[in-house]
Design a protein around this ligand. Structure first.
Ligand code: PLP
Length: 372
């Protein structure tokens, strides 16, 4: 008889895939959470050069190459103004593996992890895989993460809480005051704050702040080349944290991954230490699209907190709108795919060209008219 672990039986394939499969080939897909820009030339070139030189034939160190971790440390100095030793960084297979390491190293069976709801789908699943219990934390009315809602859910069983700014699926950005609160809560309650910052460079209004600026011991930062440099296919991320936390996460990483892909490490190093103008261009394009989406949703009579970052918008939608959109050839993801409090919303990804976006918004407006 085939038996499966209780842990794996508690999770399922993400609802997002099912939505794609339901849509026809000609559909405009506003469901994908991946950038539509090419990887910067110089990043790809660095990987090719490393392959041609034979530098990528073997394992790298478990934590990743020294040069990549120095580039990540340099990034922390540049963007957060914090001094991180390269030894406190592990290069991972995308932000996804970094999140997995954080959970595996810190969550015991039955312990609770507070996760934003609606929130990125992996937080719930990775908590369960670690044997923990996800505790959904509802967002504020404006879809930002509420530090008070986190603090009031902390118990003796809390192992960690997850924050994500700019947020998936909401596109909202936490204020400096809120981020300082995340850091204070981690410190005062002595619980781990996992800060997922994969969209940090796509902020249109305000500024990205990280709790690592205000608290070092109880914060681990998850990040990746995936979104910033349009490198989702390369599978390269990293986790930064205090030395003892890194050492525990390394134990897991060593056995599940050995090391991140060597060619991807060379590419990410070049992306991080090369010219950052490409990132500015992508941010400008996302901001133009954000404006298009906000206007289009307003014209369709759909209420949406203005997204300030990432490449998502999360309007409130009337019953039946998601299905009606899919029927009419526009794929959006139902809010409940991101947690029970996502119900009544839909996620729109605007990592897609402006012409498609304009057409999709017109179709959404017609669909909204039809279901009202
Ligand atoms: C909030 C968030 N964190 C982490 C990830 C994982 O990124 P990666 O592709 O680097 O594994 C994603 C991907 O969609 C995401 O949206």
């Amino acid at each position: 008889m085939t038996t499966f672990s209780d842990r794996v039986e508690r999770i399922s394939i993400s609802g997002i895939r099912e939505v794609f499969e339901a849509a026809g080939d000609d559909a405009i897909n506003l469901g994908l959470g991946q950038p539509d820009f090419p990887t910067p030339e110089h990043a790809g070139r660095a990987a090719i050069d490393a392959i041609e030189a034979g530098d990528t034939d073997g394992y790298t160190g478990n934590k990743g190459t020294e040069a990549l971790r120095e580039a990540i440390a340099e990034k922390h100095a540049r963007d957060q103004g914090v001094d991180v030793p390269p030894g406190d960084v592990i290069a991972t297979a995308g932000g996804s593996e970094a999140l997995h390491l954080a959970m595996e190293a810190h969550v015991d069976a039955g312990q609770e992890v507070l996760i934003p709801d609606p929130g990125f789908v992996a937080y719930d699943a990775l908590t369960k895989l670690a044997g923990g219990e996800p505790v959904p934390v509802p967002l504020r009315e404006d879809l930002t993460i509420d530090p008070a809602a986190i603090e009031e859910r902390i118990t003796d069983d809390t192992a960690a809480f997850v924050v994500n700014s700019p947020g998936n699926p909401t596109g909202t950005v936490s204020s400096e005051a809120d981020v300082r609160e995340f850091a204070r809560i981690a410190r005062e309650h002595d619980v781990l704050c996992v800060s997922d910052e994969v969209y940090e460079h796509f902020v249109f209004d305000g500024e990205h702040r990280s709790p690592i600026e205000y608290e070092r011991d109880n914060v681990v930062v998850v990040n990746a080349a995936s979104k910033t440099y349009s490198m989702t296919g390369w599978r390269l991320g990293w986790v930064t944290g205090a030395s003892d936390r890194i050492e525990r996460m390394l134990r897991v990483h060593q056995y599940v991954q050995a090391c991140a892909s060597a060619p991807a490490q060379y590419a990410a190093e070049a992306a991080l230490s090369g010219p950052q103008g490409v990132v500015d261009e992508m941010r400008a394009a996302y901001e133009r699209r954000r404006d298009l989406v906000v206007d289009g949703l307003a014209d369709a009579g759909l209420d949406c907190p203005t997204p300030q970052g990432a490449f998502y918008a999360m309007p409130r939608v009337p019953e039946g709108l998601v299905d009606e959109c899919i029927e009419r050839g526009v794929v959006v993801v139902p809010g409940e795919a991101f947690g029970e409090h996502g119900a009544g919303h839909a996620r729109i990804s605007y990592a897609t060209g402006e012409d498609d976006l304009e057409e999709a918004l017109e179709i959404m407006a017609e669909a909204a008219e039809a279901v009202r």
